[in-house]
Design a protein around this ligand. Structure first.
Ligand code: AQP
Length: 349
């Protein structure tokens, strides 16, 4: 028998509760992009809806991770969540690998997603580079696992940086195809990404065309959450810019990627719009703007780094948070994976 055709007829919408899921890979030191693109949104959302924030260690091993370091890296991401203000009493914080349903649902979704869909994923192309044949199969199917992370909680919203937009579209495609193929209209929600805001795409401090990234070989390209005040100020002072003063209007900022990035970082850290930053600094040179940005970045990021250091001195306390979070997550994921398996037709046991 061939698989079902997709139908053009309107399908009933998902009517379950609103939930939020997101995650960060324990694949290196967290940076300002992760903080502004993801963590600040986690903190805002935890007071609005049920939240699940995992440390996505299954994703991290799609590229080589030293087993001797992975556990510590996982605790470090959990410490970053806590230091940024995620409250474990409100949101579940847990390692992805501690909830087996993620991997189980990912396999089912591997059989729902189409090769053609994955072939279009730009992040795989960027990360595999010229050595596609030597990349892990996991790196290729990464977005399918991501769809499982989200849908195993029937999450309706996912706060992420702009780089994840395409993966979220794939998640919606997988949900729609599963609901159609297994005659389960509205079973999985069509999840919405939460991307907006000036921190959605923080660029490298050395190259306004490249995303700020953990894996950039230049440490000067990013501000790490654990950088001290001197390092933060020095990196901003050395950030690449052009010789012109800041413009008065947004249109004139667009063709100047490095200036645009620094204005965006200021806006995101201060909780204002880029237009408001230009109202204050338009017409002024980087000699004025960079020190102001450095002071702001130190004021916001400094205390987070300090809290992280304190938390990481007590790994047992972090483990307690991770264990409790995994239990809460499991309680939600288990019934979803059981129902999914029933819909697929697996033996009920
Ligand atoms: N530069 C960025 N600006 C805004 N948001 C960003 N995010 C990552 N970089 C930026 C967001 O942070 C969350 C966690 O990302 P991740 O660590 O799981 O994966 P990533 O996107 O692959 O992060 P990196 O730093 O670029 O790591 P490498 O170098 O290992 O690939 C996500 O919500 C992401 O959107």
């Amino acid at each position: 028998m061939t698989e079902p055709e997709s139908t053009a007829a309107p399908v009933p919408a998902y009517t379950g509760p609103s939930r939020v899921l997101s995650g960060v890979q324990p694949s290196g030191a967290l940076h300002l992009g992760n903080y502004l693109g993801a963590l600040t949104k986690f903190v805002a959302l935890q007071d609005q809806t049920e939240c699940f924030f995992c440390v996505v260690d299954l994703h991290a091993i799609t590229v080589w991770q030293d087993p001797a370091k992975l556990t510590a890296q996982t605790r470090e991401i959990a410490a970053a969540y806590l230091a940024a203000g995620v409250d474990p009493a409100k949101a579940a914080i847990f390692p992805q690998s501690a909830v087996r349903a993620h991997a189980e649902l990912a396999w089912i979704f591997n059989c729902v997603a189409r090769l053609g869909w994955l072939d279009r994923m730009t992040q795989f192309k960027e990360k595999s580079g010229k050595h596609k044949e030597r990349s892990s199969v996991g790196l290729y199917t990464y977005p399918v696992l991501q769809a499982a992370d989200i849908l195993v909680y029937k999450a309706t919203q996912v706060p992420v940086g702009e780089d994840q937009k395409q993966h979220l579209e794939l998640t919606r495609d997988i949900a729609a195809k599963f609901n159609n193929d297994f005659s389960a209209p509205g079973f999985f929600p069509l999840t919405e990404p939460l991307i907006e805001g000036p921190g959605a795409r923080v660029m490298s401090l050395r190259d306004g065309a490249a995303k700020m990234s953990k894996s950039d070989p230049s440490d000067n390209s990013r501000i790490n959450l654990m950088d001290d005040a001197d390092a933060i100020a020095q990196k901003i002072r050395r950030a690449k810019t052009d010789p012109e003063p800041l413009p008065e209007g947004l249109e004139d900022l667009k063709p100047r990627p490095e200036a645009d990035n620094l204005v965006g970082i200021y806006a995101a850290l201060a909780g204002v719009t880029k237009a408001e930053v230009l109202l204050q600094y338009g017409g002024r040179g980087f000699g004025d703007f960079k020190p102001a940005l450095a002071d702001l970045a130190v004021a916001v990021m400094g205390p987070i780094g300090e809290r992280m250091r304190r938390l990481m001195d007590d790994p047992a306390e972090i483990d307690k948070v991770l264990r409790a979070g995994a239990e809460r997550a499991q309680a939600v994921a288990e019934p979803v994976i059981e129902e999914t398996k029933r819909l697929v037709g697996f033996w009920p046991g």
